[in-house]
Design a protein around this ligand. Structure first.
Ligand SMILES: [Mn+2]
Length: 375
């Protein structure tokens, strides 16, 4: 299949060749005789503007992915492409973004597809779950879930916390076990691994945001638009990253977000308190949850850890990270440290999500963790 040419932009049969230049200009004629602006193309996933007609016997695949995360989005994109190429070319994909919440993440009725997949997110022991790929150390909410996974013999649920990204893990498993050709999306895999594994050459590369992948990651993580990532995933599976940032729905967010990013560097410069190798900051009074997590190391290249408190309408959050350009002690495991407070994550990056009204506790926990990490 030609990866540059999506099969069908419109469910009702209108077809168009993928050409970003002409797409910007041309209005498209639907089978009902209406003209539609190409900006509406991306609404096709979660919108009733275009009536969704399920073809008879068409398999629907519900993909739950780690929301507002480049690795989560690229894992969902790669899973869709893999499924279409190796399992069922006619499947319809539905996407649900998952966020780490203080309460249970899987609501009743969430697994409503003929097949249900979770990528880059916690395991669910629901019998409705058919595919699972994750690399987070804290992948199991309860010991019973880990036990359930251990006894799963479906051959479709995969876990490996040694991978730096779910993107690379998923692409590797799909290639080795299911004959998926990952070569056309090699660039996406490379950047998924760099971004989720924080494998940047320098803090300047991570904070400068010069690469298309970095700019797209910024939009995915911070664009204030509901269901944006769901709409980007189908494109991400098909077109190069350099073209992704030219899509109108990406472009309209990019300028303001880059501006905001530069502003957040200045805010953190004012707020950061660096002592004993730990940068502590509290931005919970500002609307800054999606700040770039490398800014503290850009400002304090010699710091070993950061502990930050931030807030959004849905949660208060304590983020804990290790300077990826420094040799940190192998004994310090931030996921284990955060698990003590009900959080989790990876050995070198972890977080604790509390209820939106729990700021006092978030600050107390953050200060405790900062003093534990100080030398
Ligand atoms: Mn990940």
């Amino acid at each position: 299949m030609n990866p540059r040419k999506p099969r069908c932009y419109f469910r009702c049969g209108a077809r168009t060749k993928y050409d970003p230049q002409s797409l910007k200009m041309a209005w498209l004629l639907t089978p009902e005789g209406q003209y539609v602006h190409p900006n509406w193309l991306s609404l096709r996933v979660h919108c009733d503007v275009w009536p969704r007609k399920k073809r008879e016997n068409q398999v629907t695949v519900r993909i739950c992915f780690h929301d507002k995360c480049f690795d989560g989005a690229s894992s969902a994109a790669i899973f869709s492409r893999f499924y279409r190429e190796r399992i069922d070319p006619n499947a319809e994909f539905l996407y649900t973004g998952m966020t780490h919440k203080a309460s249970a993440p899987f609501e009743d009725g969430i697994f409503d597809g003929d097949e249900n997949a979770i990528v880059d997110f916690k395991y669910s022991s629901s019998p409705l779950l058919t595919w699972w790929f994750d690399h987070h150390q804290s992948a199991f909410l309860k010991p019973e879930d880990a036990e359930n996974f251990k006894h799963d013999h479906s051959g479709k649920k995969f876990y490996d916390p040694t991978y730096k990204s779910c993107t690379k893990f998923l692409a590797t498993v799909a290639s080795e076990r299911f004959g998926f050709d990952a070569r056309p999306i090699a660039d996406l895999i490379k950047w998924g691994d760099i971004i989720d594994g924080a494998q940047f050459a320098s803090p300047q590369e991570a904070v400068g945001l010069a690469e298309p992948a970095m700019q797209l990651a910024l939009v995915i993580e911070a664009a204030p638009e509901a269901n944006l990532v769901q709409r980007l995933i189908p494109e991400l599976a098909e077109i190069p990253l350099s073209e992704m940032i030219d899509l109108p729905i990406v472009k309209k967010h990019l300028g303001p977000l880059l501006e905001r990013h530069r502003h957040s560097v200045e805010i953190l410069r004012e707020r950061a308190d660096c002592r004993g190798g730990v940068v502590y900051f509290d931005v919970s009074d500002l609307d800054l949850e999606g700040y770039n997590k490398f800014i503290p190391y850009y400002l304090y290249p010699d710091a070993l850890y950061t502990v930050g408190v931030s807030a959004s309408p849905t949660r208060a959050k304590v983020s804990v990270g290790t300077n990826p350009w420094k040799e940190a002690s192998a004994e310090v495991n931030l996921a284990s440290l955060c698990e003590k407070y009900g959080g989790g994550g990876h050995a070198r990056v972890a977080a604790i999500s509390l209820g939106p009204g729990d700021l006092v506790r978030a600050r107390k926990v953050a200060k405790e963790i900062a003093s534990t990490l100080r030398q």
